[in-house]
Every structure is written in structure tokens, then in C-alpha cells.
Design a protein around this ligand. Structure first.
Ligand code: FMN
Length: 194
């Protein structure tokens, strides 16, 4: 891996919300979770768990419980029939895990998204979902809660970073081909060196 290849991956690996209808195998998801397994976590307690939703009936049920692209009208942001996610990974965290679990979950989620992308699979981390219904659907034990849903599939659109000026509109938008553009602030607007 050359010096810049990670940075290139970070730039290319965006959020994807419409997917090719190609099945994702259990073996692929296992390999993605393997990369979350080896992530750093507070006190090495490893209290996160994962539910991989691959079965078509469960996927269809999940599709009705998640809300994509709140900045866009649903007819533009929500994947339609034929564009739905082909797998969901639901990260479970302890019911009273607090800030530490949330941080662990963020780290694990990023591992999952990057690992999937390296395999040609695009994904969307999601906090906008019906947690109670997800809990019932996936039969999640009382001591845990669904902390984050990650929808995934082979991307059916592109997404490109655009340079944003400080104070400008940071909402992602679609172009005439319904491809995403994502404004990102410049490094110099984010960091203070002292
Ligand atoms: C914690 C978290 C929660 C998110 N929740 C949702 C969500 O519920 N629905 C959605 O469509 N996108 C969701 N996203 C994706 C963000 O909208 C996306 O990361 C952001 O617009 C920047 O785009 P990028 O990931 O391509 O850089 C979430 C992202 C994160 C990190």
C-alpha cells in the first residue's frame, strides 16, 4: 500500500443510498465484520455485537423501517423497488453503554464502511430508523439496543466530494443524473495549529 492509498480510499468512499440488486454473500459480510472485530475499543471490552440481515424477507422489512437522505424529498432520497439495500449490518450496543459505547460504535462503523467499500460495496450509516420495530424484527435481547444501521449494496450511483466555503450550504445534493455531491469544508477551516 503506497503512502497515499488510504487517503484516496477515504476520498472515494462516500455514502451510497441506491444499490444494484446483486446478492451479498454471508462470507463477504463475515469478512467485513472481521475488520470491525479487530478495531480499537475502550478498555478492550468488546461489548458491541452485530446482526447481519441478508434474508430477502427481513431485508424488505428493514427497508420500511429506515429513512434515507433526510435532506432530499423521499421520492429522490429513499431507494425504490429495484434499488434497495442488499444487506444491513445492525450494530448492537449495551442498553446503558453511554458515550464509550457510542465512540466504539463509530469506530466499528467506519471500519465496516471502509472494509465493504474495498470489496466494491457501498453503504450508508443510519441513525434515522424505527429502533423499537428494528428491535422486534431482529429479536434483539433486552440488554442491548440497535445503535446504528448500515445499509449496503453495490452502488447504483456515484458520489463526489465538493470543496465547500466556510459558512456555505453543507447539504448534499443530487445532480441531473441523480448522482450525489457532498460539500466538505477545507482542512484549513477545520484545524487550528498552535
Ligand atoms: C452517525 C451517522 C448517521 C447517519 N444517519 C443517516 C441516516 O439516517 N440516513 C441517511 O440517509 N444517511 C445517514 N448518514 C449519512 C450522512 O448523511 C453522510 O455521511 C453525510 O451526508 C456525508 O456524506 P458522506 O458520507 O458521503 O461524506 C449518517 C451518517 C452518520 C455518520
Amino acid at each position: 500500500m503506497n503512502e497515499n492509498s488510504l487517503q484516496k480510499l477515504f476520498v472515494k468512499c462516500r455514502t451510497y443510498r441506491r444499490y444494484e440488486q446483486t446478492e451479498i454473500t454471508e462470507e463477504t459480510v463475515r469478512s467485513i465484520i472481521e475488520d470491525a472485530r479487530t478495531a480499537s475499543c475502550a478498555s478492550n471490552l468488546q461489548r458491541l455485537r452485530y446482526v447481519a440481515v441478508l434474508a430477502k424477507d427481513k431485508r424488505d422489512a428493514m427497508a420500511s423501517l429506515v429513512r434515507f437522505a433526510a435532506y432530499l424529498p423521499p421520492e429522490k432520497g429513499q431507494p425504490k423497488q429495484g434499488e434497495q439495500a442488499m444487506a444491513y449490518i445492525v450494530i448492537l450496543e449495551p442498553e446503558n453503554g453511554g458515550r464509550i459505547s457510542d465512540i466504539d460504535m463509530g469506530i466499528a462503523a467506519d471500519r465496516i464502511v471502509l472494509s465493504a467499500y474495498e470489496k466494491g460495496i457501498g453503504s450508508c450509516m443510519m441513525l434515522n430508523y424505527d429502533a423499537e420495530k428494528v428491535r422486534q424484527l431482529l429479536n434483539i435481547e433486552e440488554s442491548m439496543k440497535p445503535g446504528l444501521v448500515i445499509a449496503m449494496g453495490i452502488p447504483a450511483h456515484t458520489s463526489t466530494i465538493e470543496e465547500a466555503e466556510a459558512g456555505s450550504d453543507l447539504r448534499y445534493y443530487l445532480d441531473e443524473h441523480d448522482d450525489y455531491h457532498v460539500p466538505k469544508l477545507k482542512t484549513e477551516d477545520l484545524v487550528k495549529f498552535i
